[in-house]
Design a binder for this molecule. Sequence first.
Ligand code: AMP
Ligand code: MG
Length: 406
Amino acid sequence: MLSVDEAIAAILGEVEPRPVVNAPLDDARGLVLAADIASDVDSPPFDKSQMDGFAVRAGDVADAPTTLSIIEEVTAGNVPQCPVETGQATRIMTGAPMPGGADAVVPIEQCDFTDNGDTVTVRTSPQVGAFVIRQGAAMSKGESVLTAGICLSASSIGLLAESGRAEVSVFARPSVGILATGDELVPIDQKPGPGQIRNSNQTMLVAQVANAGATPRPLGIARDERGHLRHKIAEGLECDVLCLSGGVSAGKLDLVPSELEAAGVRQVFHKVNVKPGKPVWFGRLDAERAPDGRPRWIFGLPGNPVSSMVCFELFVRTALRRLMGIDPAEPQAVTARLETPHTSRGDRPTYFPACLHWTETGARVMPVDWQGSFDLRSTADANAMILFPAGDNHYTAGDRIEVIEW
Ligand code: AMP
Ligand code: MG
């Protein structure tokens, strides 16, 4: 049986980034840039005022207070018509271009004037350049402002917009089909009858896929019956990635692995030495077997909700990061100090739901009161998982331990 690290390495050995596409900037958040970006403008594009006030010649007001005659008023979006000569000032608003001749702005709060008057008395002496942002201070035309490989955040998207990119070259966002399997499942808006439960995994996986920056495609429930499962798998294989929930263990009706193989999917691994989630399955539909020549990646997640959740975060999310060009693609652990003593016993490494938070002295983590892979209730408080290695381990409060954030 593979270890978690071996399973992650096997996934990365099979998954390559999605093709590069031009995405509209409005749909680019969380995607990875595939090419360097140079600005097509200076920022700011002209010398501009940083304040509402008066544009002056600093030399004129070296001995404040000084009274100057107002020659013009310029608001943002307009261009000053008159240069400021000795003894003159232009009333200027934030964002408006500086008039010629002026070399400083005195904020309105430091000026005495009336709205209809034609003079202003400046009460302070500004330095040359005060409250003026020079053309190109933030970036100059032609300068490289973003490098390929960065994951687009709100601020980098703002910068792309300023640089005139309505579209941007990125690794395409993957689509992820989500297919729950199980005769016991009913849609979440129904009251379960005897022996039934709600299909909570689908909705949880939709949220996890969206958190990962991919596009979820919920496909409903496949019955534990070959014909129906086959039909739903074929539908799911339209997506780049297909996540099935349930049906991968050793039960009589755990038909997922054999039906995936019947659909041409090549098994890469089945079972990983991990708790929860041991029965997890991973395979690839190779390009030459796909009708459109595009490979697909398929995960069979165990049906227990916390197993599904943990396996998604460890394995599916790794594949999604690689598909989206995010580097590193492996889950990144942080080190935190345990807040309470804890004993962990088991023959498998355990990813234990926990609350991670930051304090003045660093990261702290508290295991939740978790009963096992069925227990989603206690996991709802968690935002991370602690890695407890296999074996008999006793920890005291303050011990340092590895944690992966969700
Ligand atoms: P399985 O992996 O199919 O053997 O299912 C393991 C456990 O998870 C069983 O108790 C199932 O009822 C439960 N389960 C399976 N699928 C789901 C689902 N979509 N939502 C919630 N629980 C599920
Ligand atoms: Mg089942």
